[in-house]
Structures are given as C-alpha cells and as structure tokens.
Write a protein that binds this ligand. Structure first.
Ligand SMILES: [Zn+2]
Length: 114
C-alpha cells in the first residue's frame, strides 16, 4: 500500500504524492542522493537533494531506490571533447534519427574526431 508523502513543488508549493510516485536516485560511492517525483498538479518532474535522514525516511515509506554507479562520473579516462567531436555527433544524430543508447555505446561507427 502506497504511503502519502508531503513534498514541495517549486511551481505549486506543498503537495502530496504517493510513495509509489517517488524514487530515490543515489550513489553511495559518491556520497550523494536525490529524490524525484512528478507533481500531480503541474506534471513537472521535480528532483531535490536528499540527505541521509531524508533517504532513510523515504526508504521507510517504501520509496524505490535507483542506485547510480560511480562509473558514469569517471571523467579521468580519455581526452576532452572538442567542438569538432560535438559537430560530428550532431551530424551523426541527424543521419540516425532512430538512434538508441545501444547504437551510441555499442556502435563502432559512431562519430570520432578526425
Ligand atoms: Zn507542481
């Protein structure tokens, strides 16, 4: 059974959402967490920082937790993107209108700088 949670939408003010309509996005390795909900009045998705006490409270209410791997924040490998890389990427996106993430990650023909 969903629990009712009080939250604040930046547009609508104080609202109530069901715990099933909220999720926690966190990286314990990186030491941060946010909670995300869709406002039931304006339909905006709202994401707010969550300290450990808020995370604990939301978990108690049955809110789902999405764990984010620190690997996605690993910027230490590779070389910085250049404006040519971004232009190549934009051209590739234009020529591949139905591109998926798998196309981007697994496709060896994806744009490369020349
Ligand atoms: Zn709202």
């Amino acid at each position: 059974m969903a629990t009712t949670i009080k939250a604040t939408c930046p547009m609508c003010g104080d609202i109530e959402v069901f715990s099933t309509d909220v999720f926690i996005r966190m990286s314990e390795e990186m030491g941060w967490a946010t909670y995300v909900f869709t406002c039931n009045e304006c339909c905006c998705q709202v994401e707010k920082d969550a300290d450990s006490s808020v995370v604990s409270l939301l978990k108690t209410a049955g809110v789902r937790v999405d764990t984010v791997s620190s690997e996605i924040f690993d910027y230490t490998n590779g070389v910085p993107l250049t404006s040519d890389d971004l232009l190549d990427f934009a051209l590739w996106l234009r020529s591949t209108p139905n591109a998926t993430v798998n196309d981007l990650v697994g496709d060896t023909t994806r744009p490369t700088s020349t």
